[in-house]
Design a protein around this ligand. Sequence first.
Ligand code: UGA
Length: 325
Amino acid sequence: MKKVLVTGAAGFIGSSLVERLQETPGLEILAIDSFTDYYPEFIKEDNASRFGSAVRLIREDLGRVDLAGLLEGVDTVFHQAGQPGVRPSWGQSFDSYLRDNVQVTQRLLEACRSAESLQRLVFASSSSVYGDAERYPTLETDRPQPMSPYGVTKLAAEHLTVLYAKNFGIPAVALRYFTVYGPRQRPDMGFTRFITRSLLDVPIEVYGDGTQVRDFTFVSDIVDANIAAATAEELQPGLVLNVSGGSSVQLRDALTLVTELTGGSGDLRFTDNVPGDVLRTGGDSTLALHTIGWSPKVGIRDGLQQQVDWLRPRAATYAPLVGGA
Ligand code: UGA
């Protein structure tokens, strides 16, 4: 890698990736983000404030920017941009999921067809393509059957990535991330809400009865997977890989850990299930091990400890974002 483009670069995963990439001497990094208002801008500004001189931050919308110019000389694209969030993807907000996940990805793929220097495109897909999966641990070849409009758009974008790879030889690989957590996790996501509320001694709101299971994956493992996918030699274009934490954890057990690590009271309030939420995720990531040499390294206790340490001094700032004030 000599010159890379990271999309969604000021977000949770994008900024974690940029921060790691800038440790590579001589690597030129183009970091693009449109700073959408899905969550407060100051969070993305804070994420981007860690970018050093190797990074050129471009505040533009991928749906409008001159992509041909942007891709000039770029050998690797990490396409992390998108409209995230499973539960809010119903109703009118579907427009932004369709645009930012499907149309923008198609626009980028079209531009990649003429990008002569491109050697690898890594697309951020999602475990939400599986919905309530056919079996656990789920394999990449199991039938995708999303449960949320969000999952439908991520699957559509993934299919586009694969078909551009197959038809035009774009050297693309799609990584299906499983519930990513760690420092800088978005404020709408589970652990940010649980940890912040616990630190502030506000009851934790649990959707459903807490028996749902997630294959939580620590953010540094996701960064590792991106770099492994970008640098692996001889990948079959259009490869799809599970990138999963390796340990499916029941939400109730994860919350016990949160209470222990924060020193909170463990006060839980159970509410109705939220449409779109699946009961269980759990990926088999053997194919990632065999093709890109990746396997997860960080366990849930260690990962959660890092997220607690990161959130502790920020709890008051995050309070209004997680219903804690
Ligand atoms: C996450 C991301 O938000 C998606 O963008 C991503 O694509 C998806 O993972 C994925 O793996 O594909 P989710 O699994 O819902 O989606 O992650 P969290 O928001 O961290 O929720 C984890 C669990 O906690 C869910 O069962 C959710 O219902 C529950 N939860 C979350 C609560 O009980 N209360 C809350 O306040 C928030």
